[in-house]
Design a protein around this ligand. Structure first.
Ligand code: FMN
Length: 158
């Protein structure tokens, strides 16, 4: 894409428990000059109107929230589209948590240019007793990192 053409960017998020993913999505959206939408605000087929699409959700039972997985299942195959994958989570490995979404996007021919995750407030299960894991996050440092990642994505798609 030439410098004169404007890259149309979309971020789709699923964010339920603490709105952690929504906060990260909105921050990145400003840096990327992207449209930022909850998954209920857009039809899966309309994703193809964008050049770069970010897909993010909280991790629920070792993968992205089911609503995001179900949404991507309905996205058609694409040509020349770039994507990035992100999540917010309590604890545990990104490479494992992102495997399902990564496979879904690959099957649909997206070129995945970045893949990242943030440790955020998690009050699931026994962690609730202690006020939860990663209390107060996403915080200033996380938003700084989100901004740096967004700039890196811009570099990678140019
Ligand atoms: C029912 C439930 C299941 C969860 N499962 C996981 C998990 O498997 N791994 C993990 O690291 N975090 C897990 N979490 C923590 C969430 O991923 C974390 O709080 C995330 O930031 C929530 O995102 P959201 O506020 O955008 O929905 C779980 C939280 C809940 C409520």
């Amino acid at each position: 894409m030439s410098a004169r053409q404007k890259m149309k960017t979309l971020i789709i998020y699923v964010s339920y428990h603490h709105k952690n993913t929504e906060k990260i999505s909105r921050y990145m959206g400003k840096v990327l000059k992207a449209r930022v939408v909850d998954h209920r605000e857009i039809k899966p087929r309309d994703v193809i109107k964008y050049d770069l699409i970010g897909f993010g959700a909280g991790i629920y039972y070792w993968k992205h929230h089911k609503y995001l997985i179900d949404f991507v299942d309905q996205v058609p195959k694409v040509k020349n589209k770039k994507a990035f994958i992100f999540s917010t989570r309590g604890i545990g490995p990104l490479w494992y948590y992102h495997r399902v979404l990564r496979r879904q996007l690959k099957t649909r021919n997206f070129k995945v240019v970045h893949d990242f995750s943030f440790k955020c407030w998690d009050t699931a299960g026994p962690f609730r007793v202690f006020g939860g894991l990663n209390k107060g996050r996403p915080d200033k440092r996380d938003f700084k990192r989100a901004g740096e990642i967004a700039k890196e994505i811009i570099k990678r798609v140019q």
